[in-house]
Design a protein around this ligand. Sequence first.
Ligand SMILES: [Zn+2]
Length: 242
Amino acid sequence: MCLAVSAAFSETPMKIAIIKADDIKGVDERFLRFIETSKNLGIKVSCGIICESLENPKKEYVEWMLAEQKQGFVEFWNHGWDHKRWNENEETISEFGGSGYAHQKEHFVDSQNAIKRILGQSPISFGSPYNAFDADTKRVISEDESIRLLFCYRDPNLENVVPAFMALRGEPDGTGNPNAAKFIDSYNQKNDITFSAIQFHPANFDDQDFVEYEKTITFLLEKDWVFMLPSEYITWLEDKSK
Ligand SMILES: [Zn+2]
């Protein structure tokens, strides 16, 4: 597939999506079904690992991730260490929102290292739990040379890090609840979009959610969206700017 060439010669800009599937913490039947469904639709997906799960992982968990990585349909990314959220002085703090530099640094580095240890390479993407982001998160990310892409709602203005904006909402009915009709409605109201990371929580899917997920993706395929992994997107951007 020669993406760069087709983009250069087409009149309308290429529309690129990255599927962002959150919250892997082991081999999960619904995650397997999500990946299988995506493969059947012909699209690749990126999956965020809650990295605490890699501390003493079961053999089948490691073997599954390695097999997916080798097949190339799935790219794993850093979704933080423990995904915790708590209250402090009546304020909600989360792993990467208000927890302080030392806390964030430790959790971020431990997560990068855990993925590298298990999968043999550092992830190039990060998406924090609850999409939290503050000045300490910015500093922590800027101190890691591996990270090239950040899933976010607002531009973090980080050098060498591409913001992957979640412009389209994959789960209009809340966490784990895709709704194709609502998705299409809101898509039609902002049809100048040419890039979106699209977030899903497959571990929360039931049968109907899988149907809605398929409908949502099928709609985007009919609208000529191209699905990339984070690393493919980075390469595409680099080729484009040459
Ligand atoms: Zn999450």
